[in-house]
Design a protein around this ligand. Sequence first.
Ligand code: AMP
Length: 282
Amino acid sequence: MFIFTKKSDLTAHLKQICTPKTKIGFVPTMGALHQGHLSLMKESLKNNSYTVVSIFVNPTQFNNAEDLEKYPRTLERDVEKITELSKDILVFAPSVEDMYEGNTKSIPFNYDGLEFQMEGAHRPGHFDGVGTIVKKLFEIVQPTNAYFGEKDFQQLQIVKKMVEKHKLPVSVHGCPIHRETNGLAMSSRNERLSEEARNEAALIYKTLKAAKSKFTKHSAKEVIAFVEDTFKKRPNFQLEYFEIADEATLLPCKRKSKTKKYRGFIAVFINNVRLIDNISLN
Ligand code: AMP
């Protein structure tokens, strides 16, 4: 197992092992790895000659200092999990200094409006931070394929848009959401939940599934009212938003169109931990 903490060491190693035909798969993560992350790595291992996994808690994508500070950092355990999966994975775990070289700031990105919806509206600057770090990482790793989870569906669309607009030579692949047995989407932030809260948080996916079923007969407005009402009755939850949006543009669904694909997107706090999830509606 190779672990690189400096971008110069990783690039030197890649230069040594790669020919123009070598396929590099890349899985960017912020660590505190779970089965969701590992499923992305499995997909990469299947389809590439080498897989690089980055573990980097990117400060510029956090709009809340407390969230950044409390973000779980478990590098040793993460490396164990990766080794169990495959000893051939190259781990890149750089410092903030190595990635940002004393200028820990994000670059502004234009994602044709995808950035103004949902997570973008509620987490100002978040997607500039995401674009900044993903672009930097793509330049270092130069992957053939990069794997992102549908758990962060808006991020996946944003990364695809960035790749298209900057004409980056990488294929971006979306991978399905991995869930706990109670339906809760796996997330590094779940580590901050008590066992009781984790059990209660099953309500999120249960409500998304009910919303999906209602969406076959009801309008978006009615389904949104149903979800808002469900969470109003549960004082342990604070719903930040539930939106039904067009998968391609992420614009809210005003009137259903048969030719569009819709998704329900949710952000909800439980015990001060912010969780997001989404579900395909048709
Ligand atoms: P993160 O470490 O949270 O930045 O996530 C790294 C990558 O793993 C992102 O592409 C996420 O969308 C993906 N991911 C996180 N949770 C899950 C999950 N439950 N299922 C599938 N992919 C996930």
